[in-house]
Design a protein around this ligand. Sequence first.
Ligand code: GDP
Ligand code: ZN
Length: 320
Amino acid sequence: KRRLSDQQKSRIDKNQQQLIEDYQNNLTGPEIRQSIVVSHQSRIASILDEDNKTIPAIMRQSIGDIACGDKVLWQTNLEDQASVLAILPRDSTLEKSHNTGKKKLVAANLNQILIVIACEPEPKLELLDRYLIVAQNAHIKPIIILNKVDLLDDIDDYYQRIGLDTYQQLQYPIINASAKTGGGLEDLYNLVSKKSNIFVGQSGVGKSSIIQSLVPDRDVQIGRLNTSLHGRHTTSMTVLYTLQHGGEIIDSPGVRDFGVWHMDTKEIENGFIELQPYLGQCKFSDCTHIHEPECALKTAVEKGKIKPARFDSFMSIINR
Ligand code: GDP
Ligand code: ZN
């Protein structure tokens, strides 16, 4: 395996920078094209060509970590072999942390995180809060989907019973859906269309069913990917599906029900938007919000500015 010296690496990085700049200023020839990464494995990325065909492309050395949703510059050589030359700057990234603390890039350039909950299995709102923390810190818009509403007699009553009304009051968009009856799926399609989306949520809430209905040609797309990657294990891979009217859905088995995202205190605080006016206002600067007098957070809870359930969730996540 060829190793690159630091000097070589920084020269290559500069070359990539230059290429990106030239491309953005229309100074490159027609041989340099832009595409999106559908999936990748070791040094091979599957990208979409002009005809929306999935083709394998070898990643140029020292290109750095690549992710599903990355926009890349590529070209083909004389043997018609495609290679990825550079990764364009990302609007956003979603990372997963391993229990070793090492972070792994899951997807790039996402606009929306769709957090799926369902009345069955009964939602754990602390998990919902965790997803909201991730979205907030990644600067990606969260949308909550309550799936399986076909099982409910009274949706409003249900919102109140489990405390979902709190999230409505906090202005988080919530869509009521049923993958079974198709209810709400048209609204959902309109929301995800022309955007880059990822679905998360605990297992069994209906993510696969929803994705299947939003991407009716999913099997065709998977088939093309399998051909392009020569039958590698696409079932365990993060895959980008294109939507019929533009936009993408990234399906990542590994993050669907992630629970072990690394989050530090600052990130957790950021994730609770209603806490923001009160943070740093406690009498003691190292207030643990448990037993200290004149705790701004507890006062805000008593005054009804912060919902007790959200405060409890915050305390439980921060003290884990
Ligand atoms: P995932 O683990 O989140 O991908 O969930 P699945 O899509 O595999 O769905 C889990 C189970 O819930 C399956 O048995 C589905 O048939 C069922 N399911 C999915 N959506 C709905 C729905 O809207 N209503 C009802 N009643 N069942 C659903
Ligand atoms: Zn306090």
